[in-house]
Design a protein around this ligand. Sequence first.
Ligand SMILES: C[S@@+](CC[C@H](N)C(=O)[O-])C[C@H]1O[C@@H](n2cnc3c(N)ncnc32)[C@H](O)[C@@H]1O
Ligand code: SF4
Length: 395
Amino acid sequence: MESKINKNFCIQPFVNVTTRVGGQNNICCAMVQRHSNIQNESPHEFFNSKRVQSIREKFLKGETLDACKLCHFQEAKTNSSARTVYNNFYKIDNNQPIEYYEKIIDRLRLKNIKNPLYAEVHISNLCNLKCLSCNEADSSKFHAENKALGISENPEADYSTFDKNKIDALNSIIHDNLLFLDIRGGETLMVPEVKKILNEISPDKAKKITLRIQTNGTIKPDQEWIQIFKKFKREKLTISIDAYGNDNHYVRYPSNWKKIMDTLTHLEKNDVHFSINTVVSNLNLLVLDKLFAWIQEKQYHNYFYVLESPSHYRPDNLPQSLLDIASERLQNVKKDFVNKDCNEKLDELIEMCKSKSNTLRWQTFCKEIAMRDKYRKNSITSVMPQIKEYMNAKV
Ligand SMILES: C[S@@+](CC[C@H](N)C(=O)[O-])C[C@H]1O[C@@H](n2cnc3c(N)ncnc32)[C@H](O)[C@@H]1O
Ligand code: SF4
């Protein structure tokens, strides 16, 4: 009898714990489920809980969870999802017979593992910027703006304070098995408590762990931070930049290009590894060519991610004539990225610009931009003068 193909296996519950900014523990960042919080369960306890054990058993049998619907939705559209990316990261093939995954778990000795190998922590939303595509749970500045505009989803929430639960949560996952500590933000380099905890990790422990920190590049890490980076097996800083020069100031408001350049020079001088990460949206699509040319000229390693949410900032939510301009500009960009995957992704982006625009959310985009521009006293026309005639128009 032919064995059953497991179309739903995901490695995440066997290796990962993700803690969101509100304290929710989860098995991954893509999962839509809120079943545990650091107020009553540490990430370590959550990883060892019966709930997570039962998710592992389900995945080994080829079953899935309602909470994984985002991945299945994306796979139906593009054949790829967080699930497939995570499996690939551990060199695990997708859509294999049930026994294949049982053998992998045995071979990797993950069956009775007590501690996660990978911890992704969104521990504080303290941030000095309010990038347009961001949200109030990730940025304290964005939260403050939403409150001032009377549109906050949760005006009472305070995700920036660092209490004992957060300290215990972070400490609970820093243990001997941990291979990757991935600290998201907020702007982690601004959080003294995180710095203190990382400082206190013994060099012996740290040298087994890869530390990843995402940063907006405006905070130049001091020597204490540099020493922290150097203590780890490997440091991976991801510098988020969405446009070149002043255009970045608008999209990632109120970032400062000179400060970012200063940080990059400082990191290079101190031999700290970093790459550039860009979120592609309709806010930067028309000026991406300048950013990509600069990244290639500097020969920086980079990634770019095409924004999905909020949907009004998706890159194809632009009038076709603007997509045509973007396509023409992007076609003039050399395909000389250090990260060769980006050459292929650039072709896909150009193809996306050539296919039909999808402006169902155009009015939402215009309303949102008008509201934020008025409050911030700036204008999207500084990045895209061509947009003026389309703002609030039927497209
Ligand atoms: C929320 S930030 C926190 C870390 C740090 N403050 C930074 O900007 O790098 C993490 C990453 O999410 C990206 N990001 C912002 N808005 C996004 C969106 N709507 N969809 C996906 N990623 C987004 C940022 O550019 C950044 O690379
Ligand atoms: S710097 Fe990061 S956390 Fe802060 S607003 Fe921008 S994307 Fe959000």
